[in-house]
Design a protein around this ligand. Sequence first.
Ligand code: FES
Length: 167
Amino acid sequence: TFSKLPAVGGDTLVHAEGDQSGQPIKVADLSDKITRAWPQGKDKNGNVVIKKDEPNNLLIVYKFAPDQLVAPTNLQATQQGVVAYSGICQHLGCQVGDNASKPETILCPCHSGAYDPRAGCKVIGGPPPKPLPQLPIKLDGEGVTATGPLEAPYFGLTESDWKALLE
Ligand code: FES
């Protein structure tokens, strides 16, 4: 059903948890900590549907100072430091979270996979084989809208395979 389809360009990001669950995310709601989101789109009848019936559709959204974002972040797919990624670990599919002891990083609670959200969510520790895919976004007034589907950095390769290709 439509509510299981992945994010595509034009989808609005809505809060996935908390008091504002189901409400559109506003830029002012975002910070350098994880805000969980679902994509929301319109089905063929024009009904607005939150795509939350597929757990892998869960997203994480941040707002950083724009100059903190570095490669392999796709900077064309960010605006004013707002950046969005898949919220699902590339190892075995757990939900990733903030890292209380290293706040500038993401930690997966299952096997301690670690990612750097300012650097394209590249893997910085643990077993994940690949970065978290980035969701290209633009700001739409106060809201955040996807401009395409999730995209994998390094052309979908692991960082080491990608580097090997460049040698
Ligand atoms: Fe995330 Fe294993 S599922 S590290």
